[in-house]
Design a protein around this ligand. Structure first.
Ligand code: SF4
Ligand SMILES: [Zn+2]
Ligand SMILES: [Zn+2]
Length: 309
């Protein structure tokens, strides 16, 4: 197969776009798609101060790379959750991930980042806090999500960033959408968007510049750009429902290329309708008495309650 732009051998073929590109034109296309999404959804302006949550995985490192390349003032944030599975024959996942972030930044002189070590700052790692609260029941993912959201918002507020960006790709968004539709979580559907505006002083603006790009597209970019990342999934992700949804959607995609993109973009169009909008506007938030972050609870936010118990 040949590159549609220059006729050289193509390295990557996107069946859903009927497009094959070479190793020069694919990264160019990828960067342009990201930039287009930032502009189309008015995610942030060229002069914005951008905080990027980096996990050491391919998506967040690729996004960091692309945003720096586009000339944005972007600062990384790595949250060390203390996920270590060496006692179960696995890897010290958080340390390995952290190392990938350090390595990435070391090769790019303009890359700056902050590390928040959850155990050092709050007295317990994420799995320890989850164990205390849930006593080993279920996965710690809901508590992990709560901690990450709190820390990201805190760092973004303290550093006066205009926007917090994450590396969520189309596969992530389509799987989340699938789950939200399957269980008719209308509140989540109302808040699932490429960009979430800031709410008052408390909740920082959030954006997902890769929301229209397939996971295999971000993977191809990291490969061509020579970005090394943590290949392993988080050990707690094994058996997660979101992975099952991803598999189901990937089967459908295989039979009909473009399914995921149509599903997600169709949702974004439907989202503009009044039903979802009302749900989005119906949530009232008040500042937490302890940390000041917005919360739907009247006194302490869920994060502060976590450390109180
Ligand atoms: S899979 Fe791992 S990183 Fe993701 S939410 Fe669950 S515990 Fe946290
Ligand atoms: Zn080419
Ligand atoms: Zn709080």
């Amino acid at each position: 197969m040949k590159c549609l732009k220059c006729g050289r051998p193509a390295v990557f073929h996107m069946r859903h776009h009927k497009l094959a590109l070479c190793e020069i034109h694919y990264p160019e296309w990828f960067v342009k798609q990201t930039e287009r999404a930032i502009q189309k959804y008015r995610m942030f302006d060229p002069g914005a101060r951008v905080l990027i949550a980096v996990s050491g995985g391919k998506d967040s490192l690729a996004l960091w790379d692309v945003l720096m390349g586009l000339g944005y003032a972007v600062h990384g944030l790595y949250i060390d959750l203390g996920i270590d599975w060496r006692h179960k024959g696995g890897i010290d996942y958080s340390s390995v991930s952290r190392e990938k972030v350090v390595q990435f930044a070391a090769t790019r002189p303009e890359a700056r980042f902050t590390v928040v070590d959850v155990a050092a700052e709050y007295g317990e790692s994420m799995p320890q806090a989850a164990q205390r609260i849930r006593r080993g029941r279920d996965k710690p993912c809901s508590i992990c999500g709560l901690i990450k959201r709190h820390v990201m918002n805190r760092v973004a507020r303290d550093g006066d960033y205009d926007v917090l960006v994450t590396g969520h790709n189309l596969d992530d968004e389509a799987a989340a959408l699938f789950g939200n539709v399957l269980h008719w979580k209308t509140g989540y559907l109302a808040r699932q968007a490429p960009v979430l505006p800031a709410q008052g002083e408390g909740l920082v603006r959030k954006a997902k510049p890769f929301c229209r790009l397939y996971e295999r597209e971000t993977a191809a970019y990291t490969l061509i750009a020579g970005i090394d990342y943590v290949y392993a999934e988080c050990p707690y992700a094994i058996g997660a429902t979101s992975l099952r949804y991803k598999e189901t959607l990937s089967q459908m995609e295989h039979q009909a290329p473009g399914t995921k993109l149509q599903f997600y973009l169709g949702f974004l169009r439907a989202r503009k309708e009044a039903f979802f909008r009302e749900r989005a506007e119906g949530v009232t938030l008040t500042p937490c008495h302890n940390c000041g972050q917005p919360s739907s609870a009247p006194d302490l936010c869920a994060f502060c309650r976590l450390w109180e118990r």
